[in-house]
Design a binder for this molecule. Sequence first.
Ligand SMILES: *Cc1c(COP(=O)(O)O)cnc(C)c1O
Length: 244
Amino acid sequence: MDTIQHNLGIIHKRIKAACQKAGRNTSDVRLLLATKTVDSNRIKMALQLGESLVGENKVQELKQKCTDIKELNPEVHFIGHLQTNKVKEVLKWASCIQSIDRPSVAEKLHQRLVFEQKEVDVFIQVNTSFEDSKFGIEPDKVIEFVKEVAQYKNIHIKGLMTIGLLSSESNQVRKCFRLLRQLQEEIRELNLPNVEMKELSMGMSGDLEIAIEEGATIVRVGTAIFGERIYPDSYYWNEKETVK
Ligand SMILES: *Cc1c(COP(=O)(O)O)cnc(C)c1O
């Protein structure tokens, strides 16, 4: 408990300082707890300390964790790579899917929502770092894709999500976040029906300050709150390995 409390204190200070530097209100940036590999008890601790937004990558971990933490009423987002055959399961637990990144998954989601007479919020995930290993739609295809998804009436687009370049060169990281912001503005100007572009989900443990300076409304933090993970991130971000 102590470590999580201590770490959360540091994260909130970092968020506050970055907001001040950027001339933004601290309340305009939400902290999402990135909970992959974190057990339910530790997630609960963070929720009991006042956090309210949880993001999970692994479909297999959603059910158990969501059942365990339900009494604390968190808002749950799905932030992992989504396979079409897992859409049904994700819809049971998450109110928002931040990782919509290709037509096949949007179409499958639409079909399922119509069948269940349900609606869901989504973010479009963009590959702003141009790395092959990262998921996300390519930046020059985003607008076309947003128009396509917007036609599905049960899917509500709320914004964009990206994973910035994992690099110590802050200018290269900043470029990713700036690109996401530019895409947000381009899409906003189109005034598409069924598309809100208020949210920018970007920034993690190592780069949240840069993301906030570039306009993030949600930062997704795991390691800096819960400690190092035992699996490398490629385990979550690499298609072949996540199929297991
Ligand atoms: C793991 C993960 C995070 C959090 O990364 P940390 O570096 O541990 O803060 C954020 N977003 C996504 C999509 C993730 O998979």
